[in-house]
Design a protein around this ligand. Structure first.
Ligand SMILES: [Zn+2]
Length: 370
């Protein structure tokens, strides 16, 4: 997800903030402070409550991440955006129980935090009005966060819990994902329909704004569920192929001391290839893709040597010809690279680039082949 920036690392997990969070931050502060504009105390309470809520969302995502990590699902980063947070996993769970524990950890954490705030309120009934309102609001928001995430529409936590249960009873990962994502799409459409009904019929004195908001959440859930389904299908397809079946063979070999202009004129344009091995007398130096060439402005191509932009051999992870493609993609995600050479008996026999895989999947889906 783009449009986010790094806040720092917690337990080795990168925490990122999406710009849409500022909208929520402003909206929540507005709701808390609205009747008391002139009071500095209320402003302090409003902003403080938002920061504490922000901490609660981070705790929710960290709960997923730490339980995931303890169950063999590495989490690279957490991104906080307007509907809460998303933990970026480099691979999906391979056992239903691991997924169940990981999915349940977030809502349980939010329930626990909500419980702590409720307890504070219960033990201090004579708190000053702004403080009591802040604690009440934090308890409410954490319970709401748990409740929203427990909606059984994939990819929400509730949908993941649902999938893990179906998966455990059927033993079929793809089928359980198909069911969970379809339910997710259904939940999304129900929210949209509910939102429209609220806009026109105003049940329970709800405002048109709540209706628009609800429809917007529904639209978001529907898209997220469809995207998750497609992604799962791709993963299943990739799992069925080996590196040797999808790699690009006969990548042209080019020397490292030519300029980018020369490379483009003499090799890229005539061959149409977009992956090159760069080798000198000393052997393979690295590889080069169109992306590497494009990273240099065109007016500098005449004075930039190929060796300046190659991906050096020591930065590359390698794959074996028999390795399944899904595990290669996970390897790429984990180390943030876009290509791997396929090595057999110490020799590079081909290359796999992310773009090629995208094209490979796209061609199959165009033809309707699963
Ligand atoms: Zn969650």
């Amino acid at each position: 997800m783009d449009g986010a920036f790094n806040l720092g690392k917690v337990f080795g997990i990168q925490v990122r903030l999406h710009y849409s969070w500022f909208i929520i931050f402003a909206l929540l502060t507005f709701l808390l402070v609205s009747p008391y504009w002139s009071s500095w105390l209320w402003w302090a309470v409003g902003i403080g409550a938002c920061l504490l809520f922000f901490g609660s969302v981070v705790a929710h995502e960290l709960a997923h991440s730490l339980v995931g990590r303890a169950n063999g699902i590495p989490v690279k980063s957490i991104t906080l955006f307007m509907f809460g947070g998303v933990a970026q996993m480099t691979k999906e769970a391979t056992r239903p129980n691991a997924e169940l524990k990981m999915a349940a950890a977030g809502p349980l954490c939010s329930l626990a935090i909500g419980g702590v705030f409720s307890l504070i309120l219960f033990l201090n009934p004579d708190m000053s009005q702004p403080a009591a309102r802040m604690v009440y609001w934090l308890a409410f928001m954490n319970f709401a966060l748990a409740a929203f995430n427990l909606i059984p529409g994939f990819p929400l936590d509730g949908g993941r819990i649902f999938r893990s249960l179906v998966w455990r009873s059927t033993g079929d990962y793809l089928r359980s994902t198909r069911i969970a994502t379809r339910v997710g799409v259904g939940v999304g459409y129900s929210f949209i329909a509910g939102g429209i009904a609220v806009v026109f019929l105003h049940p329970f004195n709800l405002t048109w704004f709540s209706g628009v908001w609800m429809a917007f959440i529904g639209w978001f859930l529907k898209n997220a569920a469809s995207a998750s389904y497609r992604q799962t299908q791709w993963r299943e397809t990739l799992k069925r192929f080996t590196a040797a079946q999808v790699m690009t063979v006969n990548c042209p070999v080019v020397p490292s001391d030519i300029t980018l202009s020369q490379l483009v004129r003499e090799h890229v344009l005539p061959s149409g290839c977009h992956l090159f091995m760069v080798a000198d007398e000393g052997g393979l130096q690295g590889i080069l893709t169109l992306q590497n060439i494009k990273s240099v402005p065109q007016q500098e191509w005449a004075v930039t040597q190929v060796k300046k932009v190659i991906i050096p051999i020591d930065k590359l992870k390698v794959a074996h010809p028999g390795q399944d493609v899904l595990s290669i993609v996970e390897q790429m995600d984990e180390s943030g690279i876009d290509q791997v050479p396929v090595v057999s008996e110490g020799r590079v026999i081909g290359l796999i680039a992310r773009d090629d895989l995208v094209r490979f999947l796209h061609t199959r889906s165009e033809l309707g082949i699963k």
